[in-house]
Design a protein around this ligand. Structure first.
Ligand code: ADP
Ligand code: MG
Length: 355
């Protein structure tokens, strides 16, 4: 089958890139300010086009503007957008954005931080999640009063794309095994299609071991023996649950980033997609998940040197200096973390003409 390559936008004058920034709600805006500060000190050649989204607005003009901006720039950096209410007729704008841009795969690397105390060390699991259909089809209706039907959509085409992505990723990055997570014993048609598709795709990758596991057993195995997993691939709802279990295993919502890809666009964000409304404005949110998302974005754009410098500065701050915010059991503020990252960037780039 044909290999698709995700389009990477060309840099403009002087190697600069323009990127859409969606601060989102809760801690999103403050985390974006930290990204801007770190980029300034690292001399990153990226200009942000900021697209705020008003969670209270009735229309969708701001969301449409943001989507147009990502279509133009090819790349976005995103906080989580609050859904206005849980009442009927209000769709999640995070889901709408992913669907509009056809960001069919969500990729989360759950890798332990050596300096963060957690239940397990040396975890390095790649989670590959279908990002646009499944239980997130947003097709629910009340057929008669008191009876609600909710549709889970699984298509052969989208299953194959995301499964192929998982195997190609494994091949490219020297991973050994892909595990399909499913509930095909109960959802025989929908999850059955996903499982059958992965068995079929696996035949094209004889060097990569393929196995499968039922989602409930997967949750138990993740908690008791996570080191058995390498690359995991699954449908949408299982993906959000498993990614939160994994992030919890290695240190919580404040560390890990997530990447969303389609054939044309890429959007980077914190892995667990929290708004963090309760901790907003208190100078305690962990800036690392959004900084890591910004690093992913730089790697995608080909600014590898800048990405490396920022990664090293984060590594020193978290794993060597142990400057930890309360989510990691520490007492540092968000600003302490950012100042330490900036200090390390200055030290790492001193006397170097690296950019
Ligand atoms: P949701 O957006 O799904 O409602 P929350 O915003 O309540 O979830 O976040 C879930 C938990 O993760 C909360 O305890 C929140 O404080 C925590 N959290 C999320 N992001 C961060 C962060 N960057 N730093 C520290 N804690 C975070
Ligand atoms: Mg929230």
């Amino acid at each position: 089958f044909a290999k698709k390559v995700i389009a990477i936008p060309k840099a403009e004058y002087g190697g600069r890139h323009s990127v859409t920034m969606l601060p989102g709600g809760g801690i999103g805006p403050e985390l974006m300010n930290y990204v801007r500060e770190v980029f300034r000190y690292a001399g990153v050649p990226v200009d942000f086009e900021e697209c705020p989204i008003d969670p209270q607005s009735d229309g969708n003009e701001d969301l449409e503007y943001a989507i147009t901006s990502i279509r133009r720039n090819g790349v976005g950096l995103k906080g989580n957008i609050e859904t206005r209410s849980l009442s009927r007729g209000i769709l999640s704008r995070n889901v709408a954005l992913r669907n509009e841009l056809d960001l069919f795969v969500n990729v989360i690397r759950c890798k332990s931080f050596p300096g963060v105390k957690s239940r397990y060390q040396d975890i390095d699991i790649m989670l590959i999640r279908q990002n646009t259909e499944g239980e997130y089809a947003m097709l629910e209706h009340e057929s008669v009063p008191g009876v609600v039907e909710s549709m889970k959509i699984v298509t052969a085409e989208n299953s194959e794309r995301v499964i192929r992505y998982a195997f190609e990723y494994a091949q490219k990055h020297g991973r050994k095994k892909v595990t399909t997570i499913h509930k095909a014993n109960i959802m025989k048609l929908s999850d059955g299609l996903f499982l059958e598709t992965s068995k079929r795709v696996a035949k094209h990758f004889p060097d990569i071991e393929h196995d499968s596991m039922i989602i409930d057993n997967c949750c138990m195995q993740l908690v008791s023996n996570p080191h058995q997993f390498d690359v995991m691939v699954m449908t949408n709802l299982y993906g959000t649950i498993v990614s939160n279990v994994l992030c919890g295993l290695i240190g919580g919502a404040g560390l890990i980033s997530g990447r969303n890809y389609g054939d044309h666009y890429a959007v980077f964000e914190p892995g667990t997609r929290n708004t963090g409304t309760a901790i907003a404005g208190k100078n305690i949110a962990n800036p690392v998940s959004m900084l890591n998302a910004a690093v992913d974005m730089l790697e995608h754009l080909g600014h590898q040197n800048h990405a490396n410098i920022i990664l090293q500065a984060i590594d020193k701050t978290i794993n060597e200096d142990h400057i930890h915010t309360p989510d990691l059991g520490g007492q540092a503020t968000s600003i302490d973390v950012v100042q330490s990252v900036v200090k390390h960037i200055q030290e790492l780039t001193k006397d170097k003409n690296w950019s």
